[in-house]
Design a binder for this molecule. Structure first.
Ligand code: ATP
Length: 250
């Protein structure tokens, strides 16, 4: 079975993530895609993330209609930064020998791959599917690789004008490029639009996610995010799962 790991902050999950997953599943015959929100992303965030349980709840709502999409607790509450090499190896250890694991990622995240912990091992561990995002060329994929795997500058130069599609096979890395997704939406955009109506938000996220954002008063500037909804009405996720509102297990 072909399986993909799709990591991210998913704050919140949006139609772009779902389009990437759907397109990758169809193009590469993926049977399962694990959407694994990071509890503690290793690269320092400029802003405080929304509580893990909210991000996970939105993922569960967004993925309910597609049986290939699995909201995953792979990176939940490990107490350590979620390094992709650890997540990929942990997931792989639960798969069958005949299964093949892919790592699904957007180009904006892939461009920093050389700075990731054990990036060369990660590239060896699974084939990558890199989804294009506006403003990135095929050469950017090559340039992003760790120095030991990076093609020569003349080759990169020749790739500059090429469409970001196809497969780049190098000793130590196989990277498939996905140029068929044209959803320009980002989580940043949704956080900025949180005061819009459910109808407006539903253009960017599945409707149940838009309703959840409203119900829990997420992303509303000035509102204490972790208290929203939870304090007044009782946060169901927190109360029923033995997880405190600070995100720690009780
Ligand atoms: P933010 O706006 O907060 O930076 P984001 O929209 O990039 O968030 P993430 O949760 O950081 O969302 O993304 C998870 C993964 O999905 C990353 O690999 C990212 O590159 C990819 N991704 C997100 N949105 C898109 C999109 N519209 N098209 C292609 N890839 C995307």
């Amino acid at each position: 079975m072909k399986i993909a790991l799709f990591g991210g902050t998913f704050d919140p999950v949006h139609r772009g993530h779902l389009a990437v997953a759907r397109t990758a599943a169809e193009k590469f015959g993926l049977s399962l895609i694990y959407f694994a929100p990071a509890d503690i992303p290793p690269h320092k965030q400029k802003r405080k993330l929304t509580d893990f349980q909210h991000r996970f709840a939105m993922l569960a709502l967004a993925t309910v209609d597609d049986k290939r999409f699995i909201p995953s607790l792979l990176d939940a509450h490990t107490g350590r930064p979620n390094y992709s090499i650890d997540s990929a190896r942990r997931l792989k250890s639960s798969l069958k020998k005949s299964d093949k694991l892919y790592f699904l990622i957007g180009m904006d995240a892939f461009k920093d791959i050389a700075t990731w912990r054990q990036s060369e091992e990660l590239l060896q561990e699974c084939e990558f599917i890199v989804a294009r995002r506006p403003g990135h060329s095929l050469a950017d994929v090559g340039r992003a690789l760790p120095a030991s795997l990076r093609p020569q500058e003349e080759i990169l130069h020749a790739l500059e004008k090429r469409r970001a599609n196809g497969t780049v096979s190098l000793p130590g890395a196989t990277i498939h490029l996905l140029d068929d997704v044209h959803e320009r939406v980002s989580s940043t955009q949704i956080r900025a639009a949180a005061r819009e109506s459910v109808k407006q938000l539903s253009r960017l996220v599945p409707q149940p996610v838009a309703e959840y954002i409203k119900k829990e008063h997420l992303y509303v500037a000035g509102a204490p995010k972790t208290e929203a909804g939870g304090a007044r009405r009782g946060n169901m996720l927190s109360l029923h799962r033995g997880i405190s509102r600070s995100g720690k297990r009780e």
